[in-house]
Design a binder for this molecule. Sequence first.
Ligand SMILES: [Ca+2]
Ligand SMILES: [Ca+2]
Length: 388
Amino acid sequence: MLLHPLTGVAASNDWFSDDFETGTLRASEIPAGRWSVVGASSPNALSNGAVGAHRGQYGLTVVDRTNASTPDSEASVSSDERAPLSSEFFVRAWMRLRDVSTPGSLVALQALPVQVELRLRSQSAGPVWELAVMTGASRTYVSFFGSRVEADRWHLVEFSASGLGTRSGEARLWVDGVEQGTGVSGRDWTDPSYVMKRVVMGEPWADSRTFTGTLDFDDVRVSATPMASRLVLRWPVDAATSSGCIPLEVSLRSSATGAPAPAPYETEVALAVTAGAGGFHSDEACKSPVPGMLLPTGASERRVYFRPGGTGGTAMLAASHPDFLPATLEVVGGGAPDGDPDEDPAGPWTTDLGCTSAPGALVALPLLLGPWLRRRSWRPGAPTCPVE
Ligand SMILES: [Ca+2]
Ligand SMILES: [Ca+2]
């Protein structure tokens, strides 16, 4: 049996997305970029290039070189106005802060005209994440803080706004899958300006303009529904209790709800055994080894099978993809199925039923996959997935 999706396949419904792989920024360039306004005031600079890539070849890099308190020191890209999202919206991007020579607060990502803003707020102990929103017809700012922004590493930053057009506006922030601060709620968003039409990214605004340093961005997406944030590996609830071939569910889930969320594009998930022994298979008899699995665009879950190896004990399984937070799952067993799994069912192999995804941990890609592949015969025609 081949890999089979557990949910229906639908087209990606992102309202806006850019992985920067066109190598361009402006919609007028060839190939067309995704942004209608690209602006940087010299000596600040903004570019699509390899240095800003988190996934793929290219990402957006913003370099702020001036700490002068002069106006127009910004550098940002802005999307065209689109059909407004008027009930709720979700925004996400991978971001990295580096080469800071002068600390300072800045706005890094804006949803307009509602004006929900992700900021890096300078504090004595270093910058922290901040989400700011407007409230009421007078449009006054309210904000809350998150964790410290660690320099020189990528963070998956996500925020949402719901209750647009109502008096119960709510905004939430997640960093590396972990919800930050208290959020804001009960905001008066009845004014017609509280809708999402445009996204701006880079350094569109800074109060003091003292900040000098570099910001990288990649895989920015905006959607009307919760987006995929993390991979989850778990034992399907309807699966048999023990077998030499253990069914596992690989899914993409959102930070906002924990519910399955659609793959925004065809997603090659790498699977690895990071401790212990065993291998992944595409079929429930564990006859067709695979190094990973493919989630088609719009799919959120697929089943894969794990056959424990070695002399029993514990195996640590990992699922990874550079655009999503990784997942791990511990499988604890008492026996080793060395023969045909059909004839030699293993002992009481179990899983912990949940996932132990390490928030933000950018796990090293499969270290043990190579040795495992050398021990197993490769079956032509089996679903494959290149290890990135
Ligand atoms: Ca990219
Ligand atoms: Ca500056």
